[in-house]
Design a protein around this ligand. Sequence first.
Ligand SMILES: NC(=O)c1ccc[n+]([C@@H]2O[C@H](COP(=O)([O-])OP(=O)(O)OC[C@H]3O[C@@H](n4cnc5c(N)ncnc54)[C@H](OP(=O)(O)O)[C@@H]3O)[C@@H](O)[C@H]2O)c1
Length: 214
Amino acid sequence: MRIAILGTGVVGKALGQAFITLGHEVKMGSRDAKNEKALAWAKEMGPRASAGTFADAAAFGEIVLLATLGAANESALTSAGAANLRGKILIDTTNPLDTTGGGPPKLAVAGNDSGGERVQRLMPEALVVKAFNTVGAPHMFRPDFAGGPPDMFICGNDPGARKKVASLLADFGWGVVDVGGIESSRYLEPMCIAWVLAGIHGGNWNQAFKLLRK
Ligand SMILES: NC(=O)c1ccc[n+]([C@@H]2O[C@H](COP(=O)([O-])OP(=O)(O)OC[C@H]3O[C@@H](n4cnc5c(N)ncnc54)[C@H](OP(=O)(O)O)[C@@H]3O)[C@@H](O)[C@H]2O)c1
């Protein structure tokens, strides 16, 4: 498949490399077609990787991943263009973090709204699925824990899109917990803060969530 990654940070690079490893073609998008991080990443990844603007990547991708700074989502998505995202699965990996004031991050959006819902409102014709926001970038692909595969919690309004993302997550080595519509981002984004606080207080960032059932 053709995959677009909007974002050049550790998440964009980790997910881009994962899709390349699985045999997909990946275009990394950023504000500037000559973004040095994106060009270096594409060169390192080889012929199935490329780089371009947010719009180039969104037009290229059959599935698009949003991996920008949460506060930059609106600007990045506007640049990507609604027409390039229409009808496509848009995997929102972001968290609306407020890192001002020192200490652990807080959520800039919470309560009766969420970053995921904002992304869906910005791009009403995209099939937004929240995923990958509750674990650190180094463990997003082939997570390897003694307790077995961890679970990725996902949500989004389109059941078919959630099913497709669940299938991709299985290819990545994850179990999946489907928590329904995009408004459930209100609960998945705070899980990111819990993950950070567990890392700070537990002194170990090699951690992931798992839902135990019987
Ligand atoms: N780090 C993790 O382990 C982790 C885990 C789960 C979820 N997340 C979430 O995933 C997202 C990406 O995280 P990250 O750590 O990879 O990177 P990040 O540092 O949060 O964001 C980097 C990306 O945001 C872009 N950006 C920054 N300001 C922008 C603006 N004004 N307009 C457009 N784009 C802008 C950067 O563009 P340039 O290339 O131009 O600088 C870069 O592509 C975040 O929302 C984060 O909360 C992170």
